[in-house]
Design a protein around this ligand. Structure first.
Ligand code: DX5
Ligand code: ZN
Length: 223
């Protein structure tokens, strides 16, 4: 039984104790650190950018999963690649030439991710499946941590998994927003490979245990 990949979302960390939180993540079973970049235009919030990326890079041993919630992300993908991103997700809704953008991300040596807002249908991806390494399904409207999970996401992931299998596409499915132990099993059964979790891990009394629980949340199917 394969375990999911876990990506704690930095947005929910305690920035006054960032080094402490990053060292906890380093000691955990997390597979990535999810790094949310918001520009105040594509989403109604501003988060952080390159100075924080530089600080995180110095202390974090996990590969960086960069989620660009910004308009016209082509302007910055090279800088994030140079800044140490392992995966770069751009939003489908923010890209005029998605094929070109994804190709460029791979040329820069990163894995190419596409994020879909809750209202965006998966069918828009059929002509770029070969260019995608990861599909990031938003299970909240992006912009803020700590929001409630949108239940329709489970159906969307089931449909996406069918689409990927039908097209023999090896892209991973990642889910972001309101992920916790309450919905992890259903998300994994639907076909999710990567769970992003902010408040459910950084808000937990024991971050190491919260990540361990998510990592082990795939339960065996009943015979
Ligand atoms: C939301 C961000 C998420 C957020 C997740 O726009 O993209 O990565 O940090 O936080 P939680 O898990 O608290 O919903
Ligand atoms: Zn995110």
């Amino acid at each position: 039984m394969t375990q999911p990949f876990i990506a704690p979302s930095l947005l929910a960390a305690d920035f006054a104790n960032l080094q402490r939180d990053l060292e906890l993540v380093n000691r955990s079973e997390a597979d990535y650190l999810h790094f949310d970049v918001m520009d105040g235009i594509f989403v109604p919030n501003i988060s952080f950018g390159f100075p924080l990326l530089e600080a995180v890079r110095r202390h974090c041993k996990k590969p960086l999963d960069v989620h660009l919630m910004i308009t016209d992300p082509d302007r910055y993908i090279e800088a994030f690649a140079e800044g140490g991103a392992a995966v770069i997700h751009v939003h489908y809704e923010a890209c005029t030439h998605l094929h070109r953008t994804l190709t460029r991300i791979r040329e820069l040596g990163c894995r190419a991710g596409v994020a879909l807002n809750p209202h965006t249908p998966i069918t828009g991806l059929v002509d770029v499946l070969e260019q995608i390494d990861v599909i990031l399904i938003m299970s909240v409207n992006p912009g803020f941590g700590g929001q409630s999970f949108i239940p329709h996401t489970i159906q969307k992931i089931t449909g996406l998994k069918q689409l990927l299998v039908a097209n023999q596409c090896p892209a991973l499915i990642e889910v972001d927003g309101g992920v916790s132990l309450a919905n992890a099993q259903a998300l994994l059964t639907a076909g999710t490979d990567v769970l992003v979790a902010g408040n459910s891990v950084f808000g937990a009394a024991d971050l190491l245990d919260a990540i361990y629980q998510l990592k082990n949340s795939r339960k065996p199917m009943m015979a």
